[in-house]
Design a protein around this ligand. Structure first.
Ligand code: PRP
Ligand code: URA
Length: 213
């Protein structure tokens, strides 16, 4: 893993790089695209959750009793930004099956590119959980910033954000607005185009996951 700036982790595992390249291919169909998003999320989640709290418990092995660490309660919360973030949930639940799942519904206005909120439901007690906010694309950063504003306003404190592809513009906006959160990125791309799409990117992540192109 390479760290570009405190709290920002650009992952450099070759498997993540390989799978992101396959995601970019415009000929990758819906089924394969979904599977790749799931696999990349699992690989990235392993890294993003490396500091979740543990607690010691007494366990009886077939040999003797020992003190050994397990995940502390309350368990982490995974919070996808709808729609595209939903594609990342199954991979993360494979990693942490006991995680709770919240949802934040946002879509970008076609013309202003500003996020419009339409849904929010977070697992309680949100203030005590490690919260992993996920969205495959960090473009202008508007959606990620709004989602994290909302989570903080609801009491969330330990927040991480994970995106598969980020634009420098969005990463800068997010880290300036929320310097206290950890940000995990699979690949940092070149820039945004005039429609605020990431270049080279992978197109519209939600449309490719759900086959609504
Ligand atoms: C996409 C993507 C992010 C957002 C990123 O969602 O999944 O949520 O755009 O752009 P930003 O960083 O400029 O805010 P979109 O608004 O297309 O909605 P969808 O997931 O429902 O397709
Ligand atoms: N949302 C996407 O799905 N893709 C982009 O490139 C930018 C925003």
């Amino acid at each position: 893993m390479s760290t570009k700036k405190e709290n920002v982790f650009i992952l450099d595992h070759p498997l993540i790089k390989h799978k992101i390249s396959l995601l970019r291919d415009k000929n990758t169909g819906t089924n394969e695209f979904r599977k790749l998003i799931e696999e990349i999320s699992l690989l990235m989640g392993y890294e993003a959750l490396k500091d979740i709290p543990l607690t010691d418990v007494e366990m009886e092995t077939p040999i003797e009793t020992c003190t050994t660490p397990v995940m502390a309660c309350p368990k982490p919360a995974i919070v996808p930004i709808l729609r595209a973030g939903l594609g990342m949930v199954s991979g993360l639940l494979a990693l942490v099956p006991t995680a709770k799942v919240g949802h934040i519904g946002l879509y970008r206005d076609e013309f202003t590119h500003l996020p419009q909120e339409y849904y929010c439901k977070l697992p309680k007690p949100i203030e005590e959980r490690t919260i992993l906010v996920v969205d495959p694309m960090l473009a202008t950063g508007g959606s990620a910033c709004d989602a994290i504003d909302k989570i903080k306003a609801s009491g969330g404190k330990t927040i991480k954000f994970m995106s598969i592809i980020a634009a420098p513009e969005g990463l800068e906006k997010l880290t300036s607005a929320h310097p206290d959160i950890q940000v995990y990125v699979g690949q940092l791309d070149r820039c945004l185009n005039e429609n605020a799409y990431i270049c080279p990117g992978l197109g519209d992540a939600g449309d490719r996951i759900f086959g609504t192109i």
